[in-house]
Design a protein around this ligand. Structure first.
Ligand code: NAP
Length: 275
């Protein structure tokens, strides 16, 4: 019986699926702990950190709009979270608050589970987008040792800025170059918000990808974006974005409650039912 308490803070916080994910794992492992969603407005953040230091919680998750602001309040932030520029997980030990980012592990965990071997010998990958989530994806691809990562973004300067800031095997290209790059790319991932609300990339000739290519999306509402359904129609392997959301929760749960939880089909179905 641990009675350990964890949380997710954000503002607003009503739509978070994290309590469902962690609550399911607490039940599965019969841990006497809790995980609650707490609405913390930006000006209340320092006071919430005082509460944290008092030892009330073992840690928790951080979501919009606090992912950058918590940097200044943590006692330490790990180097990859600094590179990604956002903290989504806090761990409290002996009154010390450590910040980390588990999105890149979530991205890798999802692909490793649903497309085993996807990164073996992968020389060329294409990343669509250069926003906040692209940072975690680029760090993940760099850490996995992918040969060359082509970044295609609506605003080229944003991609150039990101590539320079993160540093890695990155090459910025224009969308117009997709047809030339695609035949060598065995991995394609969308990190933009395109795909939500029925939106789609206007001109992306997926048929130029090799038959062995894996196409992934980080958008998970809807679960099957136009990009994924187009890829599937061409017979390509696809991995949707829901797994990233589920897998990013694993390291936090393990750090707080001492058990490494599994992303099971049952958990996925439970969360999918709420989309
Ligand atoms: P963001 O920082 O605002 O970045 C948005 C990206 O999308 C930028 O590259 C932007 O290009 C591009 N973009 C937006 N509208 C576009 C349009 N009409 N045409 C072309 N490009 C467009 O967003 P984010 O926080 O990274 O989130 C992106 C998506 O990831 C969201 O749908 C979010 O729900 C999802 N997400 C999923 C997970 C998961 O666990 N699966 C985790 C986090 C986020 P410019 O640079 O040109 O503006």
């Amino acid at each position: 019986m641990s009675g350990k308490k964890a949380f997710v803070i954000g503002h607003p916080i009503a739509h978070t699926r994290s309590p469902l994910i962690h609550g399911t794992w607490l039940d599965t492992h019969r841990i006497d702990g809790s995980y609650e969603a707490i609405d913390v407005a930006p000006d209340e953040l320092p006071r919430f950190f005082e509460r944290l230091r008092s030892g009330e919680f073992v840690g928790g998750n951080v979501t919009i709009p606090h992912k950058e602001a918590v940097f200044a309040l943590c006692d330490d932030v790990d180097p990859l979270a600094k590179t990604i520029g956002a903290v989504n997980t806090l761990v409290v030990r002996d009154g010390k608050i450590s910040g980390t980012n588990t999105d890149y592990l979530g991205f890798l965990g999802n692909l490793d589970q649903n497309a085993p071997g996807w990164s073996e010998g992968l020389e060329d990958a294409i990343v669509l987008g250069a926003g906040g989530t692209a940072r975690a994806v680029l760090v993940a691809l760099r850490e996995r040792g992918i040969g060359r990562v082509h970044i295609l973004n609506r605003t080229r300067e944003n991609a150039e800025g990101l590539a320079a800031e993160i540093g890695g095997p990155f090459q910025v290209n224009d969308f117009a170059e997709f047809s030339e790059l695609a035949p060598r790319a065995r991995f394609l991932v969308n990190t933009t918000s395109i795909g939500m609300k029925g939106t789609r990339f206007p001109d992306l000739p997926l048929q130029k990808l090799p038959n062995s290519a894996i196409v992934s999306d980080i958008v998970y509402i809807p679960l099957e974006t136009a990009l994924l359904s187009d890829a599937r129609a061409l017979g390509l392997r696809t991995v949707d974005g829901l797994g990233m959301l589920l897998h990013q929760a694993v390291p936090g749960f393990e750090a707080w409650f001492g058990v490494r939880p599994q992303v099971t089909a049952e958990l996925r179905a439970k969360v999918e039912a709420t989309l």
